[in-house]
Ligand binder design. Structure first.
Ligand SMILES: Cc1cc2nc3c(=O)[nH]c(=O)nc-3n(C[C@H](O)[C@H](O)[C@H](O)COP(=O)(O)OP(=O)(O)OC[C@H]3O[C@@H](n4cnc5c(N)ncnc54)[C@H](O)[C@@H]3O)c2cc1C
Length: 440
């Protein structure tokens, strides 16, 4: 044990998903000395859209144009939903600050004031979301205005079909049509992958070739939709150059997961938060957690594959943003769902037989999708009596109970807003942190 590296951190965030990343951003903004640990997360599967609140009640599949009205109704119907701990002004501040941060990170988002925006999905359906990556915005505008539009796909690129997308949209958007071409510098027979295509389009000559291949079929199109392949590091420059070459608005449509917008998001946020001083232990796992007699936590850290302890972190407080089953923040055993690190009580159906409905597509969703940690108003996981289990342990994101982010269409919003709530609560409760000014 003697040569194991020990470090101290004021705050440790467990999780590098959307909730962990947002918590790291809010902590760095408030000058809290922070360490963040995690392995791959849902972020890389994300389409890049920031859902805030789209569907409630889920059994009626009622969709909302105004996400704030949806949240008001949700909170009055489900007072235990994590959004109810925040109130509109906190959720709004969290979203506004995170959008500003995305702008700083050169991944700007577009938002319609008090309105969800309809966007095109990889299979040609339409969904409502709140924050739209700038690279996809012209698609939302073209869809709304029904501008003449060309959707392009490529020989060799699997699981993205311009024909399928236009067939789905044509009944409501007669001016949309498909085109399939060869990707420049590759030819018709190769398999293509979005990442490889995106790298290729960072080279100017390839963009010129791509524009030349599309130009003869552009016709009356006022907008051009492409799969999300417009660069990894410089998506704005790639898109703007193609727009200049072709003289039309260009937008991306996400490909099926894992898609490039998720990867771009992860890389941009990581670069920005580490630049702000967050110590990021990427591809590391917290193997165990224990509380010292003085109330601080001691976390044992290893790599993702082995259970060998490589590092110890001592910290004043922890934000647990471990996700649900995919992220491994919760573990589904034979009889019970457990929280494996702190052994926190998990809200869950009484019996395993109640985890899932018999019909997989039951409109009410499954009870297991509402399982998770119950929290107090300071985002601290509580025991069965409703008291915080630890004064200095907070939780955020999809690990929280009483929400079904997938069906309610509130994935990113829930992560960002609860991360904001957890960091704000840490600041408020942490009397031993005299150095920073409250930025909330
Ligand atoms: C396929 C897919 C598509 C999505 N599309 C959208 C979308 O279009 N719009 C939208 O708003 N949201 C979308 N989301 C949801 C969103 O990206 C987030 O997954 C969701 O908000 C939950 O994030 P989270 O941070 O709570 O959990 P996760 O993303 O699951 O992250 C949990 C993190 O905790 C870490 N962790 C757990 N245990 C440990 C441990 N012991 N030690 C270290 N690290 C640990 C994991 O490694 C991981 O980094 C999508 C998600 C998926 C999976």
């Amino acid at each position: 044990m003697t040569d194991i590296n020990k470090i101290y951190s004021e705050l440790t965030i467990i999780g590098t998903g959307m909730a962990g990343m947002a918590a790291a951003y809010f902590a760095s903004k408030n000058k809290i000395e922070t360490t963040q640990i995690g392995i791959n997360s849902g972020i890389i599967y994300s389409s890049g859209f920031f859902d805030l609140m789209g569907v409630h009640p889920i059994e009626d599949r009622k969709t909302w144009e105004n996400p704030w009205q949806a949240i008001d109704k949700l909170v009055s119907d489900i007072p235990d939903h994590p959004y109810a701990r925040l109130g509109r002004s906190n959720i709004e501040s969290a979203m506004d600050q995170f959008m500003e941060f995305m702008n700083e990170a050169e991944r700007p988002y577009m938002v319609r004031k008090n309105q969800n925006t309809k966007v095109i999905t990889p299979v040609g359906t339409v969904k409502s979301t709140y924050g739209v990556p700038r690279s996809m915005w012209a698609g939302a505008v073209a869809l709304k205005e029904k501008h003449p539009c060309l959707i392009v796909d490529f020989w060799g690129l699997k699981a993205f079909s311009a024909k399928q997308i236009t067939d789905m949209l044509m009944p409501r958007w007669p001016g949309i049509r498909p085109l399939r071409i060869s990707f420049p510098a590759v030819g018709p027979s190769s398999d293509l992958y979005p990442e490889q295509m995106a790298r290729s389009l960072e080279i100017e000559a390839n963009r010129i070739q791509l524009a030349e291949a599309i130009r003869p079929d552009l016709g009356d199109a006022a907008a051009l939709g492409l799969p999300a392949i417009l660069g990894i590091y410089k998506p704005r420059q790639v898109r703007e150059h193609l727009e200049e070459l072709l003289g039309v608005d260009i937008f991306e449509i996400p490909t099926i997961p894992p898609s490039l917008p998720g990867l771009r998001l992860k890389e941009a946020i990581e670069a920005k938060i580490t630049g702000r001083g967050v110590r990021l232990l990427s591809q590391k796992r917290v193997l165990s957690a224990a509380q010292n007699t003085d109330g601080t936590f001691e976390l044992s850290i290893g790599d993702r594959a082995t259970s060998e302890i490589q590092q110890i972190i001592g910290c004043n407080a922890v934000i647990l943003a471990g996700g649900r089953f995919l992220g491994m923040g919760l573990h589904a055993g034979r009889k019970k769902i457990r929280e494996p690190l702190f052994d926190l009580p998990v809200f869950q159906p009484e019996d395993r037989a109640l985890w899932h409905q018999t019909n997989f597509f039951d409109p009410r969703g499954h009870q297991i999708s509402q399982a998770g940690l119950e929290i107090d108003d300071s985002f601290r996981p509580t025991d069965l009596a409703g008291k915080p289990v630890y004064d200095n342990l907070f939780a955020a994101g999809s690990i929280l109970a009483h929400q079904d982010w997938m069906r309610q269409k509130c994935g990113a919003g829930l992560s960002i807003a609860t991360a904001y709530g957890a960091v704000k609560a840490f600041k408020k409760l942490n009397i031993e942190h005299p150095t920073s000014n409250i930025e909330f």
